[in-house]
Design a protein around this ligand. Structure first.
Ligand SMILES: Cc1cc2nc3c(=O)[nH]c(=O)nc-3n(C[C@H](O)[C@H](O)[C@H](O)COP(=O)(O)OP(=O)(O)OC[C@H]3O[C@@H](n4cnc5c(N)ncnc54)[C@H](O)[C@@H]3O)c2cc1C
Length: 481
């Protein structure tokens, strides 16, 4: 338990807006969007810049207090869930866009800037920031770095790691590390690579330097309508094999379409379709025209019964509002939503989507699919009620079985939501103890006291032990309750 003297110093440093100690204020930080695991933090600290964040960390180091970094808390794997006796250090008051350099196409931002705000600011210079998570109206760029986030347009433009050019962070001792000099050809060890996707376990990111791209001359959206989800998945496999490069390929299944169309996000998706595929095409007018014709040929040959094209910005906005609002729309189905996040080889999309649905059906759970099909990043979504302990048990079991099915077929555990608490033990499905020990050594080199986000991402027990305990599958342990 941190001491009253520490509280006094932090209060003096951060003021009443930056130091939350009353229980009702701390309560809203007890979990992230996974919701299933919760722990109220001892205090919530909201520094407003790098210097203040460093001073906070120095004070916390004095008493060896554990720190959980947090952005907007939209993470879906429990990465920002507080730890008992620890504090949450939140970046949402660090929301300044510090510089946009249109000539070098770079932006320098504080870590708490909301993703969509950067794209809005860049648009004034004819530029855009490519990674666009569906949570982009809320999630922070620091959180995107920590999770190596993707989004619909990751298919063409890549995930966050492709766009980070520099970082400033504060380590567990309160040292400021500045790796933000975005020269074209960096030398030395790829420390940024180590950082991206490290889920808050190496320190607190306070500033990020990001690449901006020129806005495409023309952008168009295309909606392909299918009579079966299987056909839509097979069409994606063909489309990728053909080498065509739309900027986004998303699929929504019937359950999702029904939820979206009954909600405020209604996008005009046909209610009698079993699946729709939403794509974006961008480039020069000639490129977009040619790509559109090629896509039409392939999609019609692979079962699309109708294709709709949208060039008008309002029509396009509406089509995408349906996709980006899909999780919100599912709130109509049940109080809670479990969003699985696995990656399937793109040659096996149809097989793994069918398997996920069968796994859920066997456990008596509904499964809606809305996913980044172009990246093979599947999101089987299970609506449930967390007040029902047996439902929770079955939901977690379904999540584990879906991960195992995916890994067995050449896929992996997470595409973008991170490992956090939820998939920590499942790391043993893809790594051996020896592999994980290397990751642990790196982490210990940077945070010898293991005070940064302890208990996340890296299994706390050895994989060999967990495999022995596994009742039904080599490589995993089932949740008991
Ligand atoms: C409706 C919905 C849709 C989503 N769609 C997508 C999607 O399309 N693509 C995608 O990739 N994700 C998606 N997500 C997941 C989530 O939005 C992303 O993982 C996002 O990057 C998290 O950002 P955040 O600011 O909310 O981070 P948080 O949830 O606050 O934290 C996430 C992790 O990052 C760490 N962290 C946060 N900030 C920092 C920092 N400054 N320094 C060090 N560590 C830090 C935390 O400790 C935690 O481990 C979605 C989530 C929701 C709820």
């Amino acid at each position: 338990m941190p001491s009253p003297a520490l509280a006094q110093d932090l209060r003096a440093l951060l003021g009443p807006q930056g130091f939350l100690e009353a229980h009702p204020q701390r309560l809203s930080y007890e979990s992230d969007a996974l919701g299933l695991v919760a722990q109220v933090p001892e205090w919530v600290l909201l520094p407003s810049d790098t210097q203040q964040a460093a001073e906070c960390m120095r004070l916390l180091a004095r008493e060896g207090v554990c720190v959980v970094p947090r952005g907007a808390g939209t993470g879906l794997s429990g990465g920002a869930t507080p730890v008992a006796g620890g504090v949450s250090v939140v970046t949402t008051r660090m929301r300044k866009i510090l510089d946009i350099d249109p000539v070098n196409r770079l932006a320098r931002v504080q870590a708490g800037v909301v993703n969509v705000e950067l794209s809005r600011a860049a648009a004034r210079h004819g530029l855009f920031y490519a990674p666009d998570p569906s949570s982009q109206m809320a999630c922070t760029l620091g959180g995107n770095v920590a999770e190596n986030s993707g989004g619909p347009h990751g298919f063409k433009y890549g995930q966050t790691s492709r766009h980070v050019r520099g970082l400033v962070w504060v380590d567990a001792r309160g040292e400021i590390i500045d790796q933000s000099d975005a020269r074209l050809d960096p030398v030395g060890l790829d420390v940024l690579g180590l950082w991206i996707g490290s889920e808050g376990m190496l320190g607190l990111v306070t500033e990020v330097v990001l690449d901006l791209l020129p806005s495409p001359e023309v952008s168009e959206s295309m909606l392909a309508i299918f009579g079966s989800l299987q056909a839509a998945c097979e069409a994606v496999t063909e489309l990728i094999a053909s080498g065509l490069q739309p900027s986004a390929i998303e699929i929504l299944d019937k359950l999702t379409i029904d939820a979206v169309e009954a909600s405020v996000f209604a996008a005009g998706y046909p209610k009698d379709a079993e699946a729709v595929m939403l794509m974006d095409l961008d480039g020069s007018p000639a490129e977009v025209r040619e790509l559109g014709e090629q896509l039409e040929t392939i999609l019609k040959a692979h079962g699309s019964r109708e294709l709709r094209r949208a060039t008008d910005p309002e029509q396009r906005r509406r089509l995408w509002a349906g996709r980006k609002g899909a999780y919100g729309a599912m709130g109509r189905l049940a109080p809670d939503l479990y969003v699985a996040d696995v990656v399937a080889p793109r040659t096996r999309l149809a097989e793994i989507v069918a398997l996920s649905t069968a796994i859920c059906a066997e456990l008596g759970l509904p499964c809606a699919n809305v996913f980044h099909a172009g990246d093979g990043n599947l999101h089987p979504n299970i609506s449930y009620d967390r007040r029902d302990a047996d439902q929770v048990r079955r939901v977690l079991l379904a999540g584990q079985r879906i991960m195992a099915a995916c890994v067995e077929r050449g896929g992996t555990l997470t595409g973008e939501h991170g490992v956090g608490l939820e998939k920590r033990d499942a790391m043993c499905m893809v790594f051996r103890d020896e592999d994980l020990a290397v990751q642990e050594r790196v982490r210990q080199a940077l945070d010898p006291g293991r005070r940064m986000n302890p208990g996340k991402m890296l299994p706390v027990r050895g994989c060999r032990e967990m495999r022995t305990r596994s009742p039904y599958l080599p490589g995993m342990k089932e949740y008991d309750a």
